[in-house]
Each structure stands twice: as C-alpha cells, then as structure tokens.
Design a binder for this molecule. Structure first.
Ligand code: NAD
Ligand code: FES
Length: 286
C-alpha cells in the first residue's frame, strides 16, 4: 500500500498527491510515468510523474477528476493509501542520456497545456539543475485553471503564460505564443517539447513544422498492463505501430498519427460515461 503524505487542490477538479513510494522515487527520471490503482477493483490509471524526491522517498502525481477511478483517488485524504503504484515505467526523456557537451548550447522550448503542465516541471527542473536553458509556455483556458506557475518560474529561463480568454498573459492558444516568440521576438530553439491534451500536441507539431523545429510529445494513451503485452496503448509513428508504454511515452511529434491516436483515446468514452453515471447512483443510493 502507498500512503498519501500530502494532498492539495491546484485548480478546479485538479489535485496534487504526494505519495510515499521510496523504490519509485529512487529510480525515477524525468519523462517517466506510473500506473496507479486506487483499490483492488480500480482501473489502472497511467500518470506522468510530476516530481520525485529520492531523499524523502516520495513521488508527486497530479490528477484531474475525469472518471470514476480518478474521482475515487481524489476523494482519498492525507494518510489514506493507494492499492498500487507501479513504476517508474516508460523511457526517460532523451536529454537525460545526452552528455554535458551535447546539452551545453541547446535551447529548449517547453509547451505545457492544462494538466499537462505538471509532467513538464520535472523536465525543466532537471535541465535547470544541469545548467541548460529552457523557456516554458504554460497554456490554460483561464487564469484559475493555471497550475505550477510558481514552481515553473523558479526553474525556467523565461516563463510565458497564455490563456484562451486573455485573463492572464498572452490572449490565445499556446500555438499563437510559439509564433510570437519565434516570429516577433526572434527566439531560436533547438527543440520543442509539448505535453498536454492530444489536440494541443497535434497543433503544436503543425506549428513547429513551419519552423523545422524538432518537437517531442509525451502521449497519454489508454493503458492496461504498461509492459507492452496488451496492445492497448498502440500508436502509429512514422507508419510503424509502437507501444506508448514501452517505446514511449515520448515520440517525435512530427511523425505521430494524432488523428488515429485521438480516435483510439475516445473509443471508451461511452463506457466511461456509463461508469460515471453508475458511480453517481451508487454514491447517492439511487
Ligand atoms: P485545456 O483543454 O485547457 O488546454 C490547455 C491548453 O492547450 C489551452 O489553453 C491551449 O493553449 C492549448 N490548446 C488546446 N487546444 C488547442 C488547439 N486546438 N490548438 C492549439 N492549442 C490548443 O487542457 P486540459 O483541460 O487541462 O486538458 C486535459 C487533457 O490533457 C486531458 O485529456 C488529459 O488526458 C491530457 N493530459 C495529457 C498529459 C500528457 O502526458 N500528454 C498529461 C496530463 C493530461
Ligand atoms: Fe499494454 Fe502498453 S499498456 S501494451
């Protein structure tokens, strides 16, 4: 069992949980994920690691309540336990394998969308700790939905905020801010890393393609076993079928078939809606 040592709200329906998981914290690297089960009956929910601390043996995850399992997870209190916390899974970000010479002059642009901002943080933090420059754009629908802005400001070279309604920072989507940085401000980047909703990652890759800017995306495919056995997380990359759990979760965004990935992601939406309805009825005794 894995004890929740800290729980706090970050925005509406978005919670941070810091979990006691010393073995995962010892070996985690930026870019990796965990698969969490709230109880013996719970579905396996893949969540990209938002922070880890080998010294105190904790791993931080950020959860948006969208289905029955995430709702149950966010209903737990500090001191309660999660049944399973398997990880670290997947491959770390490419840059952790690069030498300090290779990294020294590289400039990164991170594009973080909504809840996807949390998994961007350990990557920017790692680069900051290794003296590598990284600019970050955080996009959200509105100011109250922004998360991790203070944490990110502490590790980013430049932090840019974009809100769809203009309530804070740039008014518009993250893609508009990318264009502004490159075309108006004359910024140059060697690599873009985009993490957020699938539709955002699709449009970020279409935008960066215009500037021939190599772009990495982190896919949040549906997963079951997380070990390459079930095929649930398959994705087409450059015409090849790959598994997000063992070949990813990060891929060359210019080669991902996003339309297929989005179709696969929505396959179980009606089942999810039914499960949500049943959960509400069970909870309210109807
Ligand atoms: P959101 O819908 O509020 O979008 C965040 C930002 O993405 C927007 O403010 C906008 O700037 C940008 N964006 C959205 N659509 C765009 C488009 N068509 N073109 C250009 N930019 C666009 O985000 P949310 O509600 O927090 O998203 C939740 C989704 O993120 C869930 O589906 C969840 O599964 C996914 N997610 C992904 C990861 C990952 O690892 N990739 C991690 C956490 C959550
Ligand atoms: Fe089963 Fe990836 S989750 S193959």
């Amino acid at each position: 069992m894995f004890k929740i040592v800290e729980k706090r709200p970050l925005a509406e329906n978005i919670w941070l949980l810091r979990v006691e998981a010393p073995r995962v914290a010892q070996s985690a690297l930026p870019g990796q994920f965990v698969i969490v089960r709230v109880d013996e009956q719970g579905e396996r929910v893949p969540l990209t690691i938002a922070d880890f601390d080998p010294a105190d043996g904790t791993v931080t995850i950020v959860i948006q309540t969208i289905g029955v399992s995430t709702r149950k997870m966010c209903a737990l209190a500090e001191g309660d336990c999660l049944a399973d916390f398997a990880g670290p899974l997947g491959n770390p970000s490419e840059f952790v394998k690069m030498s300090s010479e290779e990294l020294r002059d590289r400039r990164y642009l991170f594009v973080a969308g909504g809840v996807g901002t949390a998994p961007v943080y350990p990557q920017v933090k790692w680069l900051h700790e290794h003296g590598v420059a990284a600019d970050v754009i955080i996009g959200a629908k509105t100011e109250s939905m922004l998360i991790y802005t203070d944490e990110m400001a502490a590790v980013a070279d430049n932090l840019y905020i974009a809100t769809d309604d203009g309530s804070r920072g740039f008014k518009g989507m993250v893609t508009g801010k990318i264009k502004e940085l490159i075309e108006t401000e004359g910024k140059h980047y060697d690599e873009c890393v985009a993490i957020g909703p699938m539709i955002m990652m699709k449009f970020v890759t279409l935008t960066t393609r215009e500037y021939s800017l190599p772009t990495t995306v982190s896919l949040n495919a549906l997963m079951v076993d997380g070990t390459g056995m079930c095929g649930a997380c398959r994705v087409s990359v450059d015409g090849r079928m790959l598994f997000t759990c063992v070949d990813g979760p990060e891929f060359d965004g210019h080669k991902v078939d996003f339309d297929e990935a989005m179709r696969r992601q929505s396959m179980y939406r009606s089942h999810e809606a039914q499960a949500n309805e049943k959960h509400k009825c069970d909870c309210y005794g109807k």
